[in-house]
Ligand binder design. Structure first.
Ligand code: UD1
Ligand code: MG
Length: 432
């Protein structure tokens, strides 16, 4: 922990996202952008303030769900009076002598990068050397020294050609910040109070300014859906490289999507096109092509290709083949090779679920459970109308619609006997 306060600016409308969702709630690898700045900040500081305004309540609720029982201060920017990144910082009293200010639209930021700002200076600012600084504030340098930051909308033709950009993270001496925020003006193209004007003011006051050159990938700002998609690609690569390092096998990793929060342990194989979502846990398991696992645990199991394990499922020593869907299914030592829906159920060891078997769990109002014991043989195309219990060692004949509990060792069959009508085909269609 460093003795410094962190302010995260998340009050902007994010108009360039062209969306009714607040910018900082747009997701990267399944979590809102703001989640990542907070997560990294928590590694460094116990005084974190998040500034909100647009849809503040919604943003606060989403974030509190993700950081339960962790203390984060939320403040509302006086946006009507003081719009802009400078306005966002006004009215906050940081606890420590140094304050790090982060834009919340930088989901790739890492705490190790933030540690680099821990220098002795009135302001430490981050600079990007880019091929094109389009979209960023430009850093005006004269005689090798930073002079000021000019926003794209305020820049002259000449200034627009500058490829040195303001990355959008600053460390201030808190005293300097509090003394100079009231001096900001909104005399610019956007009629906003810019935090970036504090740089020029510090230079004019003869204060020490230390620019640090940072890496574009970690400091990437997200203002549009294109940048959101680009940032997610980078983030995905990071997640997958970590798992590869830990010994997971991935086939064509660039086609695999793994959300923040997923864990993969032991000798697991993830094939191409797989999506692992939310808090999925994969232990010693093989996930075949184009399968999806969401918020479920798989241990010593194999699924797919094209299986879908929906939230609340727990599979152990289980095989699911193609087009098998589960939801809240507790499967232990089960085989379901083809085309089944197994929802709200518990199925025990040695049970075989035939092709096309469906748990009818929903009566239109409520969901009901199906309990299936050990070593049950379920023939193809059975419907199990829940609530229902099928005890151990039961056989269900193919095509059975089971509507009541079936006791241990029984055969259940409710087929209509087949009737043969000789030469019906020819009577119906005539000779062809
Ligand atoms: C800002 C910088 C720019 C820098 C870029 C880096 C300013 C004036 N410009 O531009 O120099 O190159 O970041 O990514 O600071 N916010 C508020 N309240 C507001 C306005 C914005 O909290 O009134 C928040 C936003 O939610 C966002 C962050 O501040 O998280 C930055 O705002 P944004 O509009 O994205 O600024 P940029 O145009 O990207
Ligand atoms: Mg931005």
């Amino acid at each position: 922990m460093l003795n410094k306060s962190i302010i995260i600016l998340a009050a902007g409308a994010g108009t360039r996202m062209k969306s009714t969702t607040p910018k900082v709630l747009h997701k990267i690898s399944g979590k809102p952008m703001l989640y990542f700045s907070i997560k990294e900040s928590l590694k460094l500081s116990d005084d974190i303030t998040v500034v909100l305004y647009h849809q503040a309540q919604k943003v606060k609720e989403e974030i509190e769900k993700l950081f339960k029982e962790i203390k984060i201060n939320f403040v509302i920017q006086d946006h009507e009076k003081y719009p802009g990144t400078g306005g966002a910082v006004m009215g906050i009293t940081p606890k420590y002598d140094k304050t790090l200010v982060l834009n919340a639209d930088m989901p790739l930021i890492q705490s190790s990068e933030l540690e680099k700002f821990d220098l002795d200076a009135t302001i430490v600012m981050s600079v990007l050397e880019l091929k094109s600084a389009d979209g960023y504030g430009r850093v005006v340098i004269e005689n090798g020294n930073v002079k000021r930051i000019v926003e794209q909308k305020d820049a002259t033709e000449e200034e627009l050609k500058i490829n040195t950009a303001n990355a959008g993270i600053y460390q201030f001496e808190t005293k300097y910040l509090l003394e100079n925020l009231p001096k900001l003006s909104n005399n610019n193209a956007q009629k906003e109070y810019y935090i970036t004007d504090l740089i020029e003011m510090a230079i004019e006051q003869g204060k020490v300014l230390k620019p640090i050159v940072v890496n574009e990938e970690n400091f990437k700002g997200v203002n549009s859906k294109i940048e959101l998609a680009d940032a997610e690609v980078i983030h995905q690569k990071r997640i997958k490289q970590q798992f590869l390092k830990e010994g997971v096998i991935m086939r064509m990793p660039e086609t695999i999507y793994i959300e923040e929060g997923v864990s993969i342990k032991g000798e697991s194989i993830i094939e191409n096109g797989v999506s692992l979502l939310d808090n999925a846990v994969i232990i010693n398991s093989h996930i075949k092509t184009n399968s999806i696992v969401e918020n479920s645990t798989l241990e010593d199991s194999d699924i797919g290709p094209m299986a879908r394990v929906r939230p609340g499922s727990r599979l152990k020593n289980t095989h699911l083949g193609n087009f098998v869907e589960t939801k809240k299914a507790i499967l232990t030592g089960v085989k379901a090779g083809h085309l089944s829906y197994l929802g709200d159920c518990e199925i025990d060891e040695g049970t075989n679920v035939g092709a096309g078997c469906i748990t009818c769990n929903y009566d239109g109002i409520n969901k009901h459970k199906t309990i299936i014991g050990k070593n049950v043989f379920i023939g193809s195309d059975c419907q199990l109308v829940a609530p229902i219990t099928i005890e151990d060692d039961v056989m269900l004949a193919a095509g059975t619609c089971a509507t009541k509990n079936i006791s241990k060792g029984s055969l259940a069959i409710n087929r209509v006997p087949i009737k043969l009508i000789k030469n019906f085909y020819y009577k119906f269609f005539g000779k062809r």
